[in-house]
Design a protein around this ligand. Structure first.
Ligand code: BEZ
Length: 211
């Protein structure tokens, strides 16, 4: 099954470093980031998982739970966690699915056979509290992801949901945003009391409304 933006994220139950996880129960009323890495005891993955541990307070601030995955067994995960903490200097503070039977990897199409028959690629799914898929990105095994970018997209998605704004190229939290074209000027006057600059009728820029 192909998962696309706007689809309901499929549920699953799988073993993890924090015990069995039912995905929907895990998400609860939060947002979630589900991400796969190719293999335990590999260098790029070690740096990624250490960095996600460092970013945990940023995810918590945004009401986001993070959940990693690889097809390695739980026994490998538990041994590897020590290496991650030792080399990356951050506590390992989020669960890692042990998807040895590949049930979740297959459900989320995380194994791309022309890249590797056996290992998951670096997939990322951002899922909202309604269990809808809001972001999908896929990186190759040799490129570590930019998890700051994932936080940036979550900031943008949460702003869109709360304030009917979109975010321009390279936007960062605190910078001006764009009033969605679907909103009339009359509606915009009520929603954006700070006003806006209309570079074109469809390009209306306003200060970030929650700052
Ligand atoms: C890594 O994490 O370093 C890695 C894993 C699989 C293939 C290539 C690199």
């Amino acid at each position: 099954m192909t998962i696309r933006l706007g689809d309901v994220a499929p549920n699953f139950t799988q073993e993890s470093t924090e015990g069995p996880i039912n995905f929907y129960e895990f998400i609860g009323d939060s947002w979630a980031v589900l991400f796969s890495h190719p293999k335990d005891f590999t260098p790029v993955c070690t740096t990624e998982l250490g960095y996600v541990g460092k970013l945990k307070p940023e995810f918590v601030k945004r009401n986001v739970k993070v959940l990693g995955l690889s097809v390695d067994p739980l026994s490998d995960h538990t041994k590897w966690v020590g290496d991650i903490e030792e080399t990356q200097g951050h506590q390992f503070n989020f669960p890692l699915l042990a998807d040895a039977d590949r049930s979740v990897s297959n459900l989320y199409d995380m194994i791309h056979p022309n890249a590797s028959d056996t290992l998951t690629v670096r997939s990322v799914f951002v899922i909202d509290p309604n269990k809808k898929v809001r972001l999908i990105i896929t990186y190759p095994a040799s490129t570590g992801r930019n998890f700051d970018e994932i936080l940036r997209v979550i900031d943008s998605l949460q702003l869109t949901d709360g304030y009917k704004v979109a975010t321009p190229v390279n936007w960062k939290d605190g910078e001006d945003v764009i009033i969605v074209p679907a909103l009339s000027d009359e509606e915009a006057k009520e929603r954006f009391p700070k006003g806006w600059v209309a570079h074109k009728p469809y390009l209306r820029v306003t200060p970030q409304p929650n700052k």
